[in-house]
Write a protein that binds this ligand. Structure first.
Ligand code: ISE
Length: 337
């Protein structure tokens, strides 16, 4: 393997631009070699301060030029499938922002293509696995230091939603993180999903029912619930409380300086996911780079992407029908065992 990853970043929007700056300024062992986006003005802006980085409008041309040995996909999920198959053909390390693809059938095609290649090349961008408190909670669960894990309560609150954020996206774009987090914490697959729609906020755009209450269970019977509330206005919050036989663990509560001034006391609310998970994104990308340079995978795999896509599919059906929907998973290929 090369000494450095020469990364082609596909998509120079909000996440792509963030990753470009991250790789350029904070990640060792990697540099931005190419940026690909149909919007050439955006490309030019994103590489303005990066010597040697080149702009393209499609991934094939960037790969054909031969200066690239890794791909980071930061386009919307519906564009991932074809780009993933192209990058797998090139047999180079891939970091794919979540979701792997927007549905289980196309995610399964990606898993099959990678299994055929016989090497794990795709890491999925579930950055929460690199958050310090997430890792600490997982350690408590694994070590059973508080006995068995019984129940997980997740709160996922966003201040507002971007234009075009549909009702299904509450599941596919937001709860998808919770599906992965529950699988990460428990080391188990999720077996069923139910969605309850209660009283809704007047602050949601039309077509969105917000908040929603998502109920899940895992293969050993751990119960989990998620409050997904994406127009919560006050700020950003992603928190979990875990109930064990011998104690309760809470993570994700706002921290930072506690200030008293002008007759008031308090601290600051986290504004968004970049601030909440900035350190986790750094750790995620560094882990991807370090592992890729060793020819390994540094985080969640294409199987994790497929399994969460299957949960999302069950979640959207549950949202529509109000029923408890079983998650359908195919047999795990040997590569991921
Ligand atoms: C967004 O795409 C993210 O990935 C954020 O982490 C999540 O909090 C938000 O709900 C999503 O829309």
């Amino acid at each position: 393997m090369a000494q450095k990853l020469r990364v082609a970043v596909v998509g120079a929007g909000r996440m792509g631009a963030d990753h470009i700056q991250r790789i350029h300024h904070r990640i060792s062992g990697a540099e931005v070699a190419a940026v690909i986006d149909i919007d050439q003005a955006r490309v030019a802006e994103s590489i303005a301060d990066i010597d040697g980085a080149r702009g393209y409008s499609d991934l094939d041309s960037a790969l054909a030029d031969g200066d690239v040995n890794a791909v980071l996909l930061a386009t919307p999920g519906f564009l991932h499938h074809d780009a993933l198959l192209t990058a797998l053909k090139a047999d180079i390390p891939i970091l794919c922002e979540k979701p792997l693809t927007p549905d289980a059938a196309t995610s399964w095609e990606v898993v099959q293509a990678e299994a055929e290649l016989g090497r794990k090349r795709i890491q999925v961008g579930f950055m929460r696995r690199f958050d310090a408190e997430y890792m600490q909670l997982r350690q408590v669960i694994e070590a059973e230091s508080l006995g068995e894990l019984l129940v997980l309560h997740h709160q996922h609150r966003n201040p507002s939603t971007p234009e075009g954020f549909t009702n299904e996206m509450l599941i596919n774009d937001s709860v998808v993180h919770e599906f992965d987090a529950i699988r990460y914490f428990t080391g188990e697959e999720i077996t069923s999903v139910q969605v309850r729609l209660g009283k809704a906020t007047r602050n949601a755009p039309s077509g969105q029912h917000d908040p929603q209450h998502v109920l899940l269970e895992t293969s050993s019977g751990v119960l989990a619930d998620v409050e997904i509330y994406v127009n919560a206005k006050f700020g950003y919050e992603v928190a979990t409380q875990a109930s064990f036989e011998d104690g309760i663990v809470s993570i994700g509560n706002d921290a930072g300086p506690y200030v008293r001034t002008a007759g008031q006391w308090g601290g600051k609310v986290t504004p968004g996911f970049e601030e909440r998970f900035g350190a986790a994104y750094d750790a995620e990308i560094q882990s991807w780079v370090d592992a890729a340079l060793r020819g390994e995978l540094g985080g969640p795999s294409a199987w994790d992407g497929y399994a969460t896509a299957a949960c999302c599919e069950a979640g959207v059906e549950a949202q529509r029908t109000g029923e408890k929907v079983a998650v359908q998973l195919r047999e795990k290929p040997e590569l991921y065992l």
